[in-house]
Ligand binder design. Structure first.
Ligand code: BES
Ligand code: ZN
Ligand code: ZN
Length: 488
């Protein structure tokens, strides 16, 4: 699929236009469309079309530069948000995909409330999100839409669209990665893909194998990984976009390529989805690759622990006590609370890079869904400025975050009788916070740290308005936007 700007309409298989309410906002293309459709739009409105977000209708055209037009609704203008463009566009695309449409022109509307470049970026990115489908195991699949032109006079349209194309393609890449079955993506396979990308993009890469991990005392990763036949890995990718003296921003991503729960086995319904327990790793990996492609002028280090959490004769047991790299002893109450064990080592390792900030992403707790539903990422951390910058990047990118507290009182919930801490809290109390309290213990010297619990948003069971089903790639858009515009 190719997306490019075009200053003037030249015709294509289809045309897509946005409407907020009747005949608004006006434009010459809409006038032309009214002419060639013999007032088709006016008729649509008369017949009850309300231009609500997600409303999309097809008009068949004759003797026109397009075979059909799709009219999409943005809702009321005073309540308009960028997210409405994403939803409207996706509904329009869904309609178009019912027909054999290979080329498409989209009118980029001018709406005072938003900078044109933001609308342009939202539209271009969403074209990738909304047309994505996981096809790797379908024996015959076809891609219909091939060429898309965004009709715009915006200055730098080319640059903005190229950027969106980079983000969109990387987004699709990590969705493929996250959707890949556990059988075909274990720690070793993930590392191999990192190797290929590092080579292509000029990233520094180090892959630690199980022997090196043992030497480094990374027992969190080793103990979780010991139940699987596939050995664990820790990978570190570095992008140097600024001078050597600039401290890096570290991204740490949970990479459990399959989470069966281990000896604390999960119930079987829905277990098949636990291939997405490496969505944090996918997002960290995708973000550093995207930043390299965009040439972002910041130093970024991605630290990614990779394990498969399986039950077996060699698996760790509930009741085991693990000595972590920093000396902390952890009582394993549940082998299903494995994410925090591997992240503890990765957070410890990330501090060797003397970072200015550490941001981790993890499908850490089912409780995140209980707290926020699928509508926001749970955000916790020790630095208000960092949390607020991430929230702003979230609003802008379409991946909202919501801050939960991390008061000292919660430390009580991870106290153990026999070790320094335990890996789960008490009952169902504050599950998402307990996960963050555990991780906080491994952040030293008050380094600015943020934890994104993406368990609620990383997978879509019902159709997401513009991402569809399966892996959502959450975190990538947020972090790329953060690193572009909000990082300090
Ligand atoms: N990978 C899961 C969390 C998860 C659950 C992600 C559902 C996405 C959807 C994690 O490793 C886990 O099992 N967490 C436990 C923690 C508990 C044992 C303290 C949970 O959420 O139940
Ligand atoms: Zn688990
Ligand atoms: Zn997990």
């Amino acid at each position: 699929m190719e997306i490019r700007p075009r200053a003037k309409a030249k015709g294509a298989d289809a045309l897509l236009v946005f409407y907020t309410k009747r005949a608004e906002p006006k434009s010459s293309i809409k006038d032309e469309l009214e002419k060639v459709s013999k007032k088709g739009i006016e008729k649509l409105f008369q017949l009850g079309f309300k231009a609500q977000p997600k409303d999309a209708e097809i008009l068949l055209l004759e003797k026109a530069p397009w075979k059909l037009a799709v009219i999409t609704g943005l809702g009321k203008e005073d309540k308009l948000e960028l997210e409405n463009f994403r939803k409207a566009l996706a509904s329009g695309i869904k309609k178009i995909q019912n027909y054999s449409v290979k080329s498409l022109e989209i009118e980029v509307p001018q709406i005072n409330k938003f900078e044109e470049k933001e609308i342009l970026r939202a539209i271009a990115e969403t074209l990738w999100f909304a047309t994505y489908k996981y096809k790797n195991y379908k024996t015959n699949s076809k891609t219909a839409l091939q060429k898309i032109w965004l009709l715009t006079q915006a200055k730098k349209a080319n640059e903005i669209i190229n950027k969106a194309n980079i983000i969109g393609k990387e987004h699709s890449k990590i969705r493929d990665l996250i959707n890949t079955p556990g059988s075909d993506l274990g720690p070793e396979e993930f590392s191999q893909l990192a190797k290929e990308s590092a080579k292509e993009l000029g990233l520094k890469l180090k892959i630690y194998n199980e022997k090196e991990l043992a030497r480094m005392g990374y027992n969190g990763i080793l103990r979780v990984g010991q139940g699987s036949k596939r050995p664990p890995r820790l990978i570190v990718l570095e992008w140097q976009g600024a001078g050597r003296s600039q401290k890096p921003i570290c991204l740490v991503g949970k990479g459990v390529t399959f989470d069966s729960g281990g000896i604390s086995l999960k119930r079987s319904d829905g277990m098949e989805k636990m291939k997405y327990d490496m969505a944090g790793a996918g997002a960290a990996f995708g973000t550093i690759c995207t930043c390299a492609r965009l040439g972002i002028k910041k130093n970024i280090t991605a630290v990614i622990p990779l394990v498969e959490n399986m039950p077996s004769g060699s698996a760790q047991r509930p009741g085991d006590i693990v000595k972590m790299a920093d000396g902390t002893t952890v009582e394993v109450i549940s082998t299903d609370a494995e994410g925090r064990m591997i992240l503890a080592d990765a957070l410890y390792h990330s501090q060797k890079f003397n970072p200015r900030q550490i941001i981790d992403l993890a499908t850490l707790t089912g409780s995140a869904t209980i707290a926020l539903g699928r509508y926001a990422i749970a955000l916790l951390g020790n630095n208000e400025k960092l949390l607020s910058a991430l929230c702003q990047a979230g609003e802008r990118s379409g991946e909202r975050c919501w801050i939960l507290p991390l008061w000292e009182d919660y430390n009580e919930l991870v106290r153990s009788e026999v070790a320094d801490i335990r890996n789960v809290g008490r009952g169902r109390e504050a599950g998402t916070i307990v996960g963050a309290v555990f991780l906080k213990r491994f952040i030293k010297n008050d380094i600015a740290w943020a934890h994104l619990d993406i368990a609620s948003c990383a997978w879509s069971d019902e159709n997401h308005p513009y991402l569809g089903k399966g892996a959502t790639g959450v975190g990538l858009r947020l972090l790329v936007r953060y690193l572009e515009d909000f990082a300090f």
